[in-house]
Design a protein around this ligand. Structure first.
Ligand code: ATP
Ligand code: MG
Ligand code: MG
Ligand code: MG
Length: 463
């Protein structure tokens, strides 16, 4: 089969006969002049292709005039320059084949606008709307650019396991893995040990591929992992999901400064590729979702990121006039409201915060000389707050062992991790970017549930 996309048809430089396009009807309008206008979309672009269906078509009365939003069709015809505004071309149909009807009584995506919240009930259909379609194209572009950046910078793509026995973040937000058979056994009253009956120890869905990633970085040099991550977050916020995608680079011989530099170059690369390749969608977000977004992202790409220590940030937060829901003091973790204040009101752009208290960060972060802080770095952006969390890792055997003991982490469980410090240890660093937070930031979409195909949040995993 040989057909072109709506995007290609809209951008065609030369007009041509005998072109075929396949897609879904957005609208149909009948003109008095004996023909119909059909707006066709196939997901390749935000803009629709205008199809002109003349009354001479054999199925004009019994099919074409019954087309409604959601019907699928194949159109063959002549691609011509369009006299209408907002489009360069239009397709004059010689033939329209209807593949699938969509009952206008029940098809949910009629002309009426639905809220994003309502659209979540139709996660299987919502990408047929302008906004969700644009989000998913931008999400695709960001994902492709992530691979592009790391490839250009000599990072190898490794696949870390989804099922794991280690709680990397130590936050206890893990989903346990068990089997249906064990459930059945339990139901029939049999003896069941959920934590041991399949694997030799309790296992969970990964909260981060970092620890496994470190093992690869300390042999292959620079690596990244990019995959689904799971957290039993009890919070119902607009920036947390129970299942999200995380990109985690890890590089041997990197210190905190190298890591910050990597994070900044990485974000700028991904943002600028997205502006270049998703122009139409980005203009749409700028106009419909968050005014001024395009200019804001361009400025972020051009200007160096600001840096600040956690301690300085606390001083600013304590002395500012803002009323926060959560009180802040040295030693407590920043909430989204604090992160947003710092980026939006204090800096007016992205901010890299460093040197967090060791008490609020995981055991693997490198202890600083003051023994109170660790070589951590979070990248915060306006509108979203934390988008990246990273650090230089503790590479000194004795210090790591001490910190694990202090947090009651059994060394038997992490013997392989400790081994990396025992044999040829090197300074190394890395970070994690939440893919959805990046999509949220660049599109301006308010709720993280609207930037992932099938959102999973407490109480919601419909299909
Ligand atoms: P937050 O403070 O927002 O809860 P975190 O500090 O717990 O995030 P990290 O463990 O540092 O998160 O994870 C690295 C990155 O993964 C974060 O900077 C963020 O972009 C993303 N992330 C973390 N938790 C979630 C989640 N539940 N849903 C979506 N993205 C997340
Ligand atoms: Mg968290
Ligand atoms: Mg955080
Ligand atoms: Mg973090």
């Amino acid at each position: 089969a040989d057909w072109i996309s709506v995007k290609e048809a809209r951008q065609a430089e030369s007009v041509a006969t005998d072109r075929e396009v396949r897609g879904w009807v957005r609208t149909r309008r009948d003109s008095k002049g004996g023909f119909s206008f059909i707006e066709l979309n196939d997901g390749s672009s935000l803009g629709n292709l205008q199809v002109i269906a003349p009354a001479e078509l054999a199925n004009y009365e019994n099919e074409i005039q019954k087309l409604t939003a959601g019907c699928s069709v194949i159109v063959r015809g002549e691609l011509k320059e369009s006299p209408a505004k907002g489009q360069a071309t239009e397709l004059h149909a010689d033939e329209i084949r209807v593949l699938g009807w969509a009952d206008s009584e029940t098809y949910p995506l009629q002309k009426k606008r639905h809220s994003f919240e309502k659209l979540r009930e139709w996660a299987h259909l919502r990408t047929r709307t302008n906004t969700l379609g644009a989000v998913m194209r931008v999400r695709d572009q960001i994902s492709q650019s992530i691979h592009g950046f790391f490839r250009e910078n000599r990072f190898l793509y490794v696949h870390t396991p989804i099922i794991t026995a280690s709680d990397c973040e130590g936050a206890g937000e893990m989903f346990r893995v068990t089997t249906l058979d064990l459930d059945r056994l339990a139901a029939s009253g049999g003896p069941v040990n959920y934590s041991h009956d399949f694997f030799d120890k309790p296992t969970y869905l990964t909260v981060s591929g970092q620890l496994e990633g470190e093992t690869y970085a300390t042999s292959l040099g620079r690596i990244y992992t990019f995959g689904p991550t799971f957290r039993a977050e009890n919070s119902n916020t607009s920036r947390h999901l129970a299942e999200f995608w995380m990109v985690e680079p890890e590089a041997a011989f990197f210190d905190l400064a190298d890591n910050m530099d990597l994070a900044e170059r990485f974000l700028k690369y991904v943002f600028s590729e997205t502006l270049n390749h998703c122009q139409e969608d980005m203009e749409f977000f700028d106009k419909m979702i968050e005014k001024g977004k395009l200019e804001q992202v361009k400025a972020v790409i051009e200007k160096p990121f600001e840096h600040m220590t956690y301690t300085d940030a606390i001083k600013i937060l304590e002395s500012c006039n803002e009323k926060f829901e959560y009180e802040i003091q040295w030693g407590s973790d920043l909430q989204a409201e604090h992160e947003r204040y710092l980026t939006e009101k204090h800096v007016g752009g992205p901010l890299i915060l460093t040197d967090y208290p060791s008490s609020i960060k995981p055991f693997y972060m490198r202890l600083s000389d003051d023994e109170k802080t660790v070589a951590a770095m979070d990248v915060l952006v306006p509108g979203v707050g934390e988008i990246i969390g990273g650090s230089q890792r503790e590479e000194r055997l004795e210090v790591l062992q001490k910190r694990m003991a202090a947090q009651s982490l059994p060394e038997e469980d992490y013997w392989w991790y400790v081994d990396l410090r025992r044999y040829g240890t090197v300074p190394h660093a890395g970070f994690g970017l939440g893919l959805e937070r990046a999509v949220q930031y660049i599109t301006g979409m308010n709720n993280i549930r609207d930037v992932i195909p099938f959102p999973r949040t407490p109480g919601h995993a419909e299909f």
